[in-house]
Design a protein around this ligand. Structure first.
Ligand code: PBG
Length: 331
């Protein structure tokens, strides 16, 4: 039979496992993983988050054990988020400025052990405010500049407690500049800033808000500060500002629905770029897997490699410990 393909056969390289490995363009490694961990008060607490099967809120002593596990697995960094006692939440998010709050205490406890694991702390007021917003409010309005002052103070306290990377997730204008200045003035020149640069007002944060208790508190929505999902040029402008203001690393959030944004930002700025595979993305894969509708481990690995393909240098993912174990076993 005549060869109508003229010798062009894409399938040749895919025929065998060794050849597929040889032509593989992107790889996921443990060095790409950041493990988000939820902290609660108490000791010996490991409390499941119902909307995130396999994820637990842990007390500080357990977070120390998780960090030890991260080190053993080779995971480079943890991202810490608090579930603040409802009694400690007020309209001003005062607990964010308590040097003995869950996050500061967790940083001190973990750092005392001397692990070679980076600690990334979230800067925003939502886990501390009674209205569940990331900023201070006057009536229905979120006050930008007043919030930035408080975020800068929050960041300094976290740095004092041992945080290595300050990660503002609040989406106030000018917060990276405010935080950088405050860190520098207080002698924390070496603390990095990972900016949630393109953070969209997304439905995919639902399970996270269960985990930190803000579904119960949030009044209204976050559309006046988080980005509008249809926009893409705006992500460039947000990120350009964050980098000018001193961000060392940038982040896109959520992850899979915004792969186009990751690619655009990586191409435009060539900066260290991270994806946050958020709680709702995790929950979807776990729920479909538990129903037997998809192979959850394969879906997990495929979702993670999509971030590498899009140009991400790393991924915040609740799958981190599980994936690290799979990578370590080499299967
Ligand atoms: C809050 C914050 C959110 C997440 C990280 N930091 C939620 C929100 O903006 O309401 C979401 C993470 C996730 O869904 O996994 N500043």
């Amino acid at each position: 039979m005549d060869n109508i393909l003229g010798g062009r056969r894409m399938r040749r390289n895919r025929r065998t496992s060794w050849s597929r490995r040889l032509v593989r363009e992107n790889h996921l490694s443990v060095d790409d993983l950041i493990w988000p961990v939820f902290i609660v008060s108490g000791t010996g607490v490991r409390e499941p988050v119902p909307s995130m099967p396999g994820v637990e809120r842990v007390s500080i002593d357990e977070a120390v054990r998780d960090t030890e596990r991260a080190q053993a697995l080779g995971i480079p960094a943890l991202a810490l988020f608090p579930n603040t006692d409802p009694d400690l939440r007020d309209p001003h998010g005062s607990e964010a400025l308590n040097e003995n709050n869950l996050i500061c205490s967790a940083c001190r406890a973990i750092k005392q052990e001397g692990f070679d694991v980076g600690l990334i702390t979230d800067v925003a007021l939502d886990p501390y405010t009674s209205h569940g917003h990331d900023g201070l409010m006057e009536g229905d309005a979120i006050l930008n500049d007043e919030t930035v002052v408080q975020l800068a103070n929050q960041a300094v306290l976290q740095a004092q407690s041992g945080a290595d990377v300050i990660a503002p997730s609040d989406m106030m204008d000018g917060r990276v500049a405010g935080i950088r200045k405050a860190l520098d003035e207080n002698g924390f020149r070496d603390q990095q800033i990972m900016a949630y640069s393109a953070k969209y007002a997304s439905a995919f944060y639902g399970p996270f808000r269960d985990a930190v208790g803000t579904n119960a508190t949030l009044v209204g929505d976050k559309r006046t500060y988080q980005m509008d999902p249809p926009n893409t040029d705006e992500a460039i402008r947000e990120t350009e500002l964050d980098l000018e203001e001193g961000a060392d690393m940038i982040m896109v959030k959520p992850g899979m629905p915004y792969l186009d944004i990751i690619r655009r930002l990586k191409d435009a700025f060539a900066a260290p770029t991270y994806a946050y595979q958020v709680s709702g993305e995790y929950a979807m894969i776990m729920a479909a897997g538990q129903n037997g509708w998809i192979d959850k481990d394969r879906a997990m690995m495929e979702s993670l490699i999509s971030f590498k393909r899009a140009g991400a240098d790393g991924i915040l993912t609740y799958f981190a410990p599980k994936v690290a174990e799979i990578l370590k076993r080499g299967v």
